[in-house]
Design a protein around this ligand. Structure first.
Ligand SMILES: CC(C)(COP(=O)(O)OP(=O)(O)OC[C@H]1O[C@@H](n2cnc3c(N)ncnc32)[C@H](O)[C@@H]1OP(=O)(O)O)[C@@H](O)C(=O)NCCC(=O)NCCS
Length: 238
């Protein structure tokens, strides 16, 4: 893969001073659109410590919010990014693709992406609102035997389901920018996610989550069909 060039992409108007997400989002080719109904920010006060997404200046124009439909049109490319970032083989890749398509219809689905100079996907992330009956939410609830814990973490929560950056572009703050973007418009009391257990200090994902205030909700969990151990992490949103 070529190195990410930090140049102004064609067809993307410059809104350098505009906070993200403000009154417009960019579509999959980077063209600004009016806000869409699927990511309502109306009636919700801005979330002060997250709203200002600290994207490196030259990258600001490339951080976009996507509707489910927009992500759907680029699902193959997004899965390429995921496979590259995770090193998944064909079976895991196909599983992730099926999961992504299934998640597109989840309530409050929100996606973000970082687009490269030719509007290629450099990274993407998505999440949705937790509701009883969802596979991930019910698995997480099952890992919390104490009712107060379930209420605390899952009653008014969004998940961060995927967050992936192409390996050549990692370590430059892009994952953090996308995560901040997702959390800033979540509108829930908490944000929760699961991630594979690993040596925290050696994992970029863990370092990012810790830096962003995520703390242990549950550790050492098993997930059906996956030999790895997982942790559930969570944080309050302002
Ligand atoms: C996890 C992942 C999404 C994080 O994205 P990222 O862009 O690499 O990570 P960050 O935004 O945190 O940036 C990483 C580094 O850039 C640094 N950084 C932060 N802001 C920066 C900025 N504005 N300019 C330059 N560097 C910056 C951070 O200090 C961080 O340093 P560290 O890795 O030594 O802690 C990405 O590494 C990835 O896709 N990994 C593989 C898949 C994965 O594990 N996904 C998560 C599944 S749960």
């Amino acid at each position: 893969m070529r190195a990410l060039q930090i140049t102004k992409p064609w067809r993307v108007p410059v809104h350098r001073q505009q906070a993200w997400p403000a009154d417009s989002v960019a579509d999959s080719r980077g063209v600004r659109q009016p806000p869409n109904d699927l990511h309502p920010v109306d009636g919700q006060p801005p979330l002060p410590d997250l709203l200002e997404v600290p994207v490196p200046d030259a990258m600001r124009d490339f951080l976009v919010a996507w509707t489910p439909e927009q992500l759907a049109t680029r699902a193959d490319e997004a899965i390429d990014v995921l496979a590259e970032a995770t090193g998944y083989g064909p079976a895991m890749r196909e599983g992730s693709r099926r999961q992504l398509v299934e998640h597109l219809t989840m309530p409050g689905f929100r996606a973000v992406a970082i687009l490269g100079p030719l509007a290629d996907i450099v990274g993407f992330g998505y999440g949705y609102l937790c509701r009883p009956g969802q596979r991930w939410r019910d698995w997480a609830a099952g890992a919390m035997p104490v009712v107060a814990d379930r209420r605390r973490w899952l009653d008014d929560a969004c998940t961060v389901t995927e967050l992936q950056v192409r390996p050549a572009c990692q370590g430059r703050g892009l994952g953090e920018a996308m995560l901040r973007g997702m959390l800033s418009s979540a509108g829930t009391r908490t944000a929760v996610l699961s991630t594979a257990e690993t040596a925290e200090a050696r994992s970029r994902a863990w370092r990012l989550y810790r830096r962003m205030g995520f703390r242990d909700v549950r550790r050492g969990l098993r997930c059906p069909g996956d030999p790895r151990a997982f942790a559930i992490l969570g944080r309050d949103l302002p």
